[in-house]
Ligand binder design. Structure first.
Ligand code: NAI
Ligand code: MG
Length: 494
């Protein structure tokens, strides 16, 4: 790790006492102090002081108070503020990418491309919805009895204060998805980043204030999920919860939301499949696997972990993949030449290594990798595992790491049935030059997002979310409107 390469303002930011962002101001939390660890070398890069419940309560009240001003602001002015924030992120691109990289181990390249550039794209896209979130005018269907007339119309009204719970794998981008969607609908937000990656969002909130967002519209509360996260989502001022993260926590949150009657969007992981057909050559398949499974060390909820290969090609593909994985440049995430950084945190690192050991014990075959690197930091080799059978345990447990399982299939129908037997359904991909075949298969795959000849690519215009156990609701496109507004009908007699 070479921190000397960090911009001076990044070094200064990391050294500051961090806590929360409430009512337009940075404040130091009065709760537990949590070390922020650079997963590339295990060093402490900063400290975040968690919020107390009292501070979290003030954030919720501040968001509630700001609702009136924010929802009544002309829509174009709201949109203009989102555009301004996008420009600000563009100016601060390098600094934000560096902060994110040292806190999460994401390569600087990916932090620029996926965290900052994507956040800018999403902000601009959502800004474009300002002034276009409307109801409709309706013709009333019942007859009038005494010559009176009726008309009706609907409005889309903001649901209120949104609590966004953010995971550590994309701490800016996922926060921006929630923030931009909520704000353009007239909602205000309280965001809780993951305790592993709490810093970048504090900086984004400061930048938003510089752009002129009114105090209280964007708040950030830091602390542990089970304590503060749970407190925020149960708070009476919370109208809606938008959560991205693990299945287990998502289940918890669903139970809480059902009890308290809050609106809920859940974006959870699962065990996504990529299905390759035999009309592709080995190189095309290997390129597809690299895109589907190993980006950001596999720490992407939509990444593929189960790779279905035609039996006729599996040996040749795995031989080529082995060589490709051996050539991946693993190391310092701040080095532009690095292709793969460390796993984002120690808990995740232990979990991945544990799952690899379990797979070995179950008789699955390690084709490549399977080891941690003998150096400081939480590095795991990109790993390819050939499942011993369809029943291998690994095929149903999310590693959320650079680990793909490979299964040979003889029969397309059988492969489809096995893929669809999963209790999850966030994403899937199908790869073939035969586009009609790929389209046919895409209709049958039980996943909220199906890619053809691509994987992991998210676009703000295309709705995203899971089927089955992978989630509730959809983000992006026009689908978010349903999640962040309440449809109100107004009927008039005249
Ligand atoms: P997590 O789902 O527990 O944490 C995500 C966010 O939820 C964090 O901000 C956390 O503080 C918060 N949280 C935790 N418990 C909460 C509660 N009871 N109420 C409200 N908020 C709560 O994920 P974690 O522990 O960081 O990682 C565990 C596993 O989750 C990983 O090993 C990985 O497999 C998976 N994961 C999946 C993600 C996805 O996008 N699908 C993202 C991150 C992790
Ligand atoms: Mg993976």
């Amino acid at each position: 790790m070479n921190n000397d390469n960090l911009l001076p303002q990044v070094r200064a930011f990391l050294k500051r006492a961090h806590g929360n962002f409430v009512e337009g101001l940075s404040e130091v939390g009065g709760g537990e102090a949590i070390d922020i660890i650079n997963p590339a070398d295990g060093s402490v890069v900063g400290i975040v002081n968690s919020a107390t419940q009292q501070q979290a309560n003030l954030a919720m009240l501040s968001a509630e108070k700001a609702l009136g001003e924010w929802r009544n602001m002309p829509t174009l002015q709201r949109g203009a503020l989102l555009l301004k924030l996008a420009d600000k992120l563009a100016q601060e691109r390098e600094a934000l990418a560096q902060i994110e990289s040292v806190c999460s181990g994401k390569t600087l390249q990916l932090a620029r491309m996926l965290e900052v550039e994507q956040s800018i794209a999403f902000l601009r896209y959502f800004a474009g919805w300002a002034g276009k979130i409307n109801g409709e005018t309706l013709d009333v269907s019942l007859p009038s009895f005494a010559g009176e007339k009726y008309t009706a119309f609907t409005r889309r009204q903001p649901v209120g204060v949104v609590v966004g719970i953010i995971p550590w794998n994309f701490s800016i981008m996922i926060a921006i998805w929630k923030l931009a969607a909520a704000l353009v609908c007239g909602c205000t937000v309280v965001l809780k980043p993951s305790e592993y990656t709490p810093l970048t969002l504090l900086r984004v909130a400061e930048l938003a204030t510089e752009c002129g967002f009114p105090a209280g519209v964007i708040n950030v509360i830091n602390g542990r999920g089970a304590g503060l996260g749970a407190y925020l989502i149960e708070h009476p001022a919370c109208a809606k919860i938008s959560f991205t993260g693990s299945v287990a926590t998502g289940q918890h949150i669903k139970e809480s939301a059902t009890k308290t009657g809050k609106k809920l969007t859940l974006e959870l992981g699962g065990k996504n499949a990529a299905l390759f057909f035999d009309d592709l050559n080995e190189d095309e398949i290997v390129n597809g696997i690299m895109e589907a499974g190993y980006l950001n060390q596999g720490q992407i909820c939509a990444a593929a972990e189960n790779i279905w290969l035609p039996a006729s090609k599996i040996e040749a593909v795995l031989a080529k993949l082995k060589a490709r994985l051996a050539a991946v440049k693993i190391g310092d995430p701040l080095d532009d030449a690095t292709e793969m950084g460390p796993i984002a945190n120690k808990a995740q690192y232990d979990k991945i290594l544990n799952l690899i050991e379990k797979a070995k014990a179950d008789g699955d075959e390690i084709i490549y990798g399977g080891q941690s690197l003998d150096k400081k930091g939480y590095f795991v080799q990109p790993t390819a595992i050939r499942a011993a059978s369809f029943n291998s345990q690994l095929l149903s447990e999310e590693t959320f790491g650079p680990v793909c399982s490979f299964i040979a299939y003889h029969d397309e129908e059988e492969a489809l049935q096995k893929i669809n037997a999963s209790p999850f359904g966030l994403s899937a991909s199908v790869w073939s030059h035969n586009i009609s075949k790929a389209l046919r298969v895409s209709e049958r795959l039980e996943a909220g997002m199906v890619w053809i000849n691509m994987h992991t690519f998210l676009d703000p215009a295309v709705p995203f979310g899971g089927m089955k156990g992978s989630g509730i609701g959809r983000e992006f496109g026009s689908a978010f409107i349903e999640d962040y507004t309440e449809l109100k009908s107004i009927m008039v007699r005249y």
